[in-house]
Design a protein around this ligand. Sequence first.
Ligand code: ATP
Ligand code: MG
Ligand code: MG
Length: 561
Amino acid sequence: ALPPATNFIREIINDDLRAGRHGNRVVTRFPPEPNGYPHLGHAKSICLNFGIAEDYADVADTRCHLRFDDTNPETESEEYVNAIKEAVQWLGYDWDAHCYHAADYFEQFYDFAVQLVEQGDAYVDSQTEEEIREHRGTVNEPGTPSPYRDRSVEENLDLLQRMREGEFDDGEHVLRAKIDMASPHMIMRDPLLLRIKHAHHYRRGDDWCLYPMYDFAHPLEDAIEDITHSLCTLEFDNNRRVYDWLLERCLPEEEHESRPHQYEFSRLNVGYTVMSKRKLLQLVERGDVAGWDDPRLPTLAGLRRRGVPPAAIRAFCDDVGVTRTESRVQISRFEHAIRDTLNTTAPRVMAVVDPLKVVLTNYSADDTTWMDLPSWPHDIDNEGSRRVPFSRTLYIERDDFREDPPEDFYRLSPGTAVRLRNSYVITCERVVRNDDGTVKELHCTYDPTTKGNVDPVDGPTPKGVIHWVDAQAGIPFEARLYDRLFTVPAPDGGDEDFKTHLNPDSLQVHEGVVEPSILDNPDTQRYQFERVGYFWQDPEDSTRDALVFNQIVPLRDRWAD
Ligand code: ATP
Ligand code: MG
Ligand code: MG
């Protein structure tokens, strides 16, 4: 049985399989340009394309190619190629032997160009770029044919060959499709196919100077690789006309039936961030962030470093789905997917990110008790516990104490009691101050009869429960807390430069303290710091001697929309 048609693309694939349109093949591709690090939007395309190959493997001959669309020499690099490969693998997908480069097809593109010229379907235009633009006309007004439009096949072939051999400067000539200068679709008014560019290419070096335009390269790449379903984002809707025209002209009649087809879906946009390699590059180059893998960025390298599990990204892409409706997805939806994944995979520990010292004046000075505390709450079906020290001096979260508490404040304040999670009830007896009047530490008493979750014998049961860390055995760490990167939901939606909306407080660093049990686990373990959020050690900066924890996501929504 065919997999369920969970979106319109899978409906098309199911129809094609039933009709036998591409034999029994389903071949997709993920075609990034290596001009930046991939982002969450690319994850949508990766999950879509590789997901189809995975899900149809039982019923069809499936493949998903990783294809580098590396046809712009100035902006591309090997570093970006590697970043893209790492991201695809990190998400859990595998291209097997099918990794390709458009730059390896330049000779084949040239052969197709010759074929088009010979068929009378393309010509060498020697107008300037500006003239070409001017003569294209407007939506209401047909274009003016180039004076070179009717060059003979021989002259075109001669010029084309000399273009390839490097005889001309950039912009002296271009190859154009000969379609229709009066077409109501601007894109069909003799689109450019090849242009001369004397530039160094990271893969080709300086051996080639005839670069294909997107509209020429993309359908041919798909045809060369026998792609069946070519999935791209909606802004290429119009380009489909050229795509279809070229494949009909370039492929032999008997291959038309099974040729690749392009289908468009809507881009993923997420609130409070930007999702364009070009814009992300600006942030990296200006130093607004610490690099492509800055945990505040929506790059897959940034999300990975932040600690987001790849399974959460796949679940999010699944949840967002594939449609033709443009929209901006709320960031809370992404965070929900992250919490959902981590809830059952991240063991609980206690850490205090903004410590306030508590001295238990009636607790013996040199007595440390080790408590065996569960690593999972009751509603999660995981086993496990860890040993947690408790002694006379502890840290609690500064926020969990208020000198002048509002009425509904159930945590600690002068004269009131609170439960320390999984241990004793304590009462705040005295506030000790620094010289400047700020709170230095709290002197409290503990009630020895309340260990575990036993209610106090006399006095009321406190409503509040707060987390804590033993001050002697606790381990200091740097806590990196991330807020939204921009202050508005659509930073690139208005007239202003998107960078004017950068949030100056998107990174907050605290000196925290965490229970020592974390040293028993691998450094890559993700945790829930109880009552705070999900954390893991920063893979670049954290060492056993100087721990750095990134907040992956807080426990609760902070996003207005
Ligand atoms: P950017 O503007 O970030 O450079 P792009 O579309 O130019 O994006 P490509 O490297 O050409 O980036 O994209 C590779 C594939 O990923 C394409 O098929 C593209 O449609 C898809 N893709 C890129 N951004 C998104 C997005 N935000 N949502 C869904 N798919 C995307
Ligand atoms: Mg692109
Ligand atoms: Mg781009």
